[in-house]
Design a protein around this ligand. Structure first.
Ligand SMILES: Nc1ncnc2c1ncn2[C@@H]1O[C@H](COP(=O)(O)OP(=O)(O)OP(=O)(O)O)[C@@H](O)[C@H]1O
Length: 263
């Protein structure tokens, strides 16, 4: 009996390194775009490419020509559409020395338990502040961004770059605080800025009791990867906006779960 011939499959040491590097790159890109709108864009692209293969296999020449044209223009539009992601990707490579310094990468790869513990500690002051502001019916709007873009908030915010703490969050949203109007932006484990003016949603299907605070929280989640916590001044209810969708009247446990997932 003839043995299996693996002659065609010659894998060298360099091939193994090559495959590992590609796997690392895919993982890195995935972790950058996970839970972001870019995932939907990539899914859309994938569907178009799938359609292209179907129509070209079935020899549907007109459809094939249309999709072909669309794809060739699409390559240029991809650079425009993914400009923030490409920018982030390059920024992250540049920040690698910082990443090495705080050893977060090590925890990510080898210390799942430590990472869960870290996340709990990260979220705790935010949860404590929300609990207290819910109780005292202090109106608040907190926006969470994976990657902070200075340009996005340059003109409409008070830059803080401060450590997240329950008392700081509470004092910002105190009625008498000069910073209480507008949103607080939290990113990269810091309170980046306060008193931010956000774009309002023009969704006309929202409940009538949603005023400007809710509309601003939903608005920022529509066009960016941000998620927002909105605490109502009237009722103390907590709402959570993500990708233009809002969940209202959340319990603290539900909020903690959502934050754990998205922040
Ligand atoms: N574009 C905006 N960006 C950020 N915050 C905003 C914006 N517009 C209004 N706000 C905030 O919303 C507050 C007014 O909230 P409003 O009473 O209209 O909201 P609401 O959604 O009804 O919430 P609440 O239940 O607290 O009344 C303002 O004091 C300001 O802090």
């Amino acid at each position: 009996m003839k043995g299996l011939d693996f002659d065609f499959l010659k894998i060298t040491f360099i091939d193994v390194i090559d495959i590992l590097l590609v796997a690392l790159l895919i993982y890195y890109v995935y972790s950058l775009i996970r839970n972001t709108l870019a995932v939907n864009l990539i899914l859309g692209m994938f569907i178009i490419i799938l359609c292209y293969f179907v129509v070209s296999t079935l020899n549907m020449r007109l459809m094939e020509a249309i999709i072909n044209k669309f794809i060739s223009v699409g390559i240029i539009s991809l650079v425009v559409i993914f400009q923030p992601e490409i920018r982030r990707f390059l920024l992250h490579i540049g920040k690698s020395t910082y990443i090495q310094k705080n050893r977060a990468w090590y925890n990510r790869l080898f210390g799942r338990n430590t990472a869960i513990q870290d996340n709990y500690l990260r979220i705790k002051p935010i949860m404590d502040a929300c609990k207290s502001m819910k109780k005292t019916k202090t109106g608040a709007l907190l926006v969470f961004l994976k990657f902070y873009d200075d340009q996005l908030f340059a003109n409409s915010c008070e830059v803080l770059d401060a450590k997240i703490s329950k008392r700081l969050l509470e004092s910002i949203f105190q009625k008498n605080s000069p910073l209480h109007d507008g949103a607080v932006v939290i990113s990269e484990n810091k309170i980046k800025s306060a008193s931010c003016i956000l774009p309002l949603t023009d969704n006309d299907k929202l409940p009538p009791h949603f005023g400007l605070r809710h509309r601003a929280g939903i608005g920022i989640s529509e066009n960016t990867d941000a998620v927002a916590i909105i605490i109502s001044e009237e009722t103390g209810e907590i709402a959570y906006a993500k990708q233009g969708q809002v969940r209202s009247n959340l319990t603290l446990e539900q909020l903690e779960k959502l934050l754990n997932k998205d922040y």
